[in-house]
Design a protein around this ligand. Sequence first.
Ligand code: COA
Length: 668
Amino acid sequence: MNARANPLLETPARPLPRHVAVIGAGAIGPDIAYYLKTALPGLKVTLLDVRQEAIDAALARLAGYVDKAVQRGKMGTEQARHALEGLEGSTDYGALAGCDWVLEAATEDLALKRRIFADVEARVASDAVITSNTSSLPAGRIFADLKHPRRATVTHFFAPAWRNPAVEVIAWPGADHALVAWLRRLFAATGKLPLATSDAPCFVLDRVFDNWCNEAALLLAGATAAQVDSVAGEFVHAGPFFVLNLAHGNPIIVETNNLQADEEGEHYRPASIFRSVERWHTVAPGRQVEVPPELRERIRDRLLGVLLSQAVDIVDRGIGGAADLDLGCRIALGFRRGPLELMRELGEAECARVLRRFAAERPGMPSAQRPLAQYQPAERHVLVDDADRVKVITLRRPEALNALHDEMTDEILAVIRRHEADPRVAGFVIVGYGTKAFCAGADIGRFPSLLGDADAAAQYARDCSRLLVHLDRSPKPVVAALNGMALGGGLELAMRCHAIVADRRAVMQLPEVGLGIVPGIGAMVVPYRRWPRAAAVLHGMLTRGERLRAGQAQELGIVDELADGYQDLVTRAVARVHALAGAVRPISDGPVAVPAFEPVPPAEAGMRSAAIVALIEQAVREAAAATTLGEALEIGYRAFGTAACTAAAREGIAAFLAKRSPDFAATG
Ligand code: COA
């Protein structure tokens, strides 16, 4: 059975868990329990440990998390009550009775894990799910003695497990495919980023991290920890020694690299210095010490060498997928770019040089088995699945609520182009990853570079519109499936699809006015032509950032159909693709009438810029009067360019990036 690229498309083989036991009240177990309780509030969670003090400390820690979340406004009081209700501690394995999932996060000792699981298996039903948290031990070894191993696998969480979305799910040969699919789906539906890996020691991400740290330690023969961390800052938010101090990670590297050395060769053996040092003398992230140029180059080449070497090995051996590898390194390990992204950026010649030098200095370490270009994933930011002759394209940028940038829109366009002439493909569905957002709009992180240059900003809007203009001309149906928020550019993308199906809880919004800019890729143009009776509502969305709920949007004809939950949504969207076959209607070309705008009340003046509101109103009126769609869209692109040169845009974008409210009172 082939796994779905988007886990939310899997049909769950079992219901949601009702009672989970987390074994181990040390560092990571309680954090996993907290994630589970906040993600599935009705769940009963039993935290099990042999030491009552550990349980008491863990429960106090979790109560502290809840307090902090309430104080910061991230959690309401009702939610807080649910988060702690049904959470209990126990030192008695008898508490496992009736659990439908036992998650062990107690130890990295294989023999002890096996003893724990023998005990667990004697107390739970033969179909209860059993998972073990480990960063390195293969599932095949942990579960070798289980009577019913098909319900068991490794789920590897990353610190802090309640907040770090990454979790590796190991697809080992002894596990039921349906179990792995169920876990991936459950994680994706509860805000996590499940990454499937094969059962190699250290899986994907610890192969990268442990060897990165080990290589850093080997470099200490000719450099200081502070020098290595300073050079590493180019690639990671925090250098290897800083992270090792934070995580008390030295013994872990010794253990995991010994495991790799025993399995795969002496070149993985941990640096001997790990045995004699407890804490490293290094610099905090962002700080630098002086590193002479020649030494800098040597450190940089070695660090890059180990990253590239591990990356090609992971892909060559099928331990994990190329796009997952990059995403996991960014999200779980704090790399600025994934190793394959780095490879693409540095170019083949430079990477080949680095790998040659690494092979000479570190004989035995893996090297590329094919031309470097072949390691690049076909898609980095989207997943593609098949459903009833329809290509389901999932926007996946979990770090930015699936926000769009040019590379992502180009990928969507490439998938559509690849299949649109194929008579076996009926059309396309575009959906967002996770259950929170379809797409949070254009990537605001890329906006600062556009400020102050009207032509460049207008051209950016034109470039971002390549996909949308293609959709305008596409005879094959493309249906948007709104699984959550559709904001700004995300909503503009949905508006250009030939139909919109929305989860009942989905919300649409054009927040640009609050950023001091205008929605430049169609929202001031297209909806007035497609849904003229929604014009007054659209005015409010554009000039006041008003939200539109899926139900209201359906009444206005913007949304074609409502759905309940992710699977229902995609099923309906796929059916709609078939219903639209041969019946895709182009957006009308001729001018349209728009009603007058209501003046923005003076009380809202600081929340919005008068100049931007005026720009929006003018663009909407001019675009409505334009005699062709192309001309109307051009008015939108230029208005985006004009907005990018205003004081309001500088203030709005700076405020978003600084996570504060904008103040437009002084910007005009
Ligand atoms: N571009 C870039 N990053 C974005 C983004 C966007 N459009 N929308 C969200 N993100 C990022 C956030 O910066 C945050 O990153 P961080 O974890 O590194 O801080 C992450 O996605 C999660 O978003 P967060 O704001 O923490 O989630 P939330 O639930 O508190 O708020 C929103 C959700 C959608 C209300 C808020 O993210 C938002 O206002 N986003 C901007 C929407 C927008 O204006 N879109 C139009 C752009 S033209």
